[in-house]
Design a protein. Structure first.
Length: 328
């Protein structure tokens, strides 16, 4: 089993600290979502893993080795960074044939990976006529040429239609089921929510949360929106009951956290407090994600009063598709 290990990794570009003492592990046989807003440091971390950028300090290893130490890297790790580039005059098949000798696989493998990603029928067409979604599939096919146990994919759902996203979800799950280590970066949790087993969330280069998706879901906190014409009476009821609010009460409006709507309504009735609105608002994973990354970036307040972050902590041969990112 080949794991990806990032240990106290830092990378600076001049005065800009793109990655800041970042540590996490990507386990084999699982799909891990590498999440964070644009500019969080995800692509920089992937570039360090692939030996495209030298770290300022710390390590990033694949199977216990730096990328430069891998004898046949294309047989160990397949990577597709966000800004994939293709020669528009080449066919999809010819694109793969350029990389196959570098990875050390026969020409027959190019046909196999085209079939794997559903591009067999268009493999003879020039890439200049491919849709963005087809190019994403071709980039994925390129990463699979060496049948690597590790896949590093930067925003692989970009350009895919709903059908393509469903296909990608099932495909990545199948790859992980074979025992591969799959790391998928995205700045939108909803894109990978139904795909990943684990999540690593960073903001401004720092780790703000690392857990299984199920544990992240445990951070969701239901809210009840309460509106009353008696602002003072509502404040007194909240204080008397000891309820937690998602934010400061504004006039006769308040959001109560972790209390069922029925309990709020019963307490208001017992206190003789008139209510004009009593509505449940479930907080989903996207709210948790935004709360975690917003807090870390000095942005809006978190999901609710109280703690929510669970875990903060201090090419040779590989067909990587690289774009001109700086510190992302």
């Amino acid at each position: 089993m080949t794991e990806v290990e990032v240990d106290r990794l830092s990378k600076s570009f001049g005065a800009v600290r793109a990655v800041d003492h970042l540590s996490f592990t990507v386990r084999a046989g699982r799909v891990t979502g590498f999440l964070g807003p644009n500019g969080a440091g995800k692509t920089t971390t992937l570039r360090v893993l692939l030996g495209l950028v030298a770290p300022t300090s710390g390590t990033a290893t694949i199977g216990g080795r730096r990328y430069s130490e891998l004898t046949r890297p294309g047989r160990v790790v397949g990577a597709a960074l966000e800004a994939a580039s293709f020669h528009p005059g080449r066919t999809g098949l010819d694109h793969l044939r350029v990389y196959a000798p570098q990875v050390g696989v026969p020409d027959s493998r190019t046909h196999e990976v085209l079939a794997l990603v559903g591009l067999s029928e268009v493999g003879g067409r020039r890439v200049g006529g491919y849709s963005l979604g087809m190019r994403q599939r071709l980039a994925l096919a390129t990463t699979l040429l060496g049948d690597p146990p590790v896949l590093l994919l930067d925003e692989p759902a970009n350009g895919l239609d709903p059908e393509g996203i469903r296909w990608l979800r099932a495909f990545l799950r199948a790859l992980a089921a074979e025992g591969r280590t799959v790391l998928v970066s995205s700045h939108v949790l909803s894109e990978v929510e139904q795909t990943v087993d684990d999540v690593v969330i960073i903001s401004r280069g720092r780790l703000v949360h690392s857990s299984s998706l199920a544990e992240l879901a445990g951070l969701t906190r239901p809210r009840v929106q309460v509106v009353s014409p008696d602002a003072a009476g509502l404040a007194a009821l909240v204080a008397r009951a000891g309820w937690t609010l998602a934010g400061p009460q504004r006039g006769g409006e308040a959001e109560v956290v972790d209390v069922p709507a029925a309990a709020v309504g019963a307490a208001a009735f017992a206190a003789g407090l008139e209510l004009h609105q009593l509505a449940t608002r479930d907080v989903g994973l996207e709210d948790v994600f935004l709360g975690l990354t917003g807090d870390a970036a000095g942005g809006p307040a978190g999901i609710a009063a109280g703690p929510v972050a669970a875990a903060a902590s201090d090419p040779r041969g590989a067909p990587t598709e690289v774009g001109p990112e700086a510190a992302r």
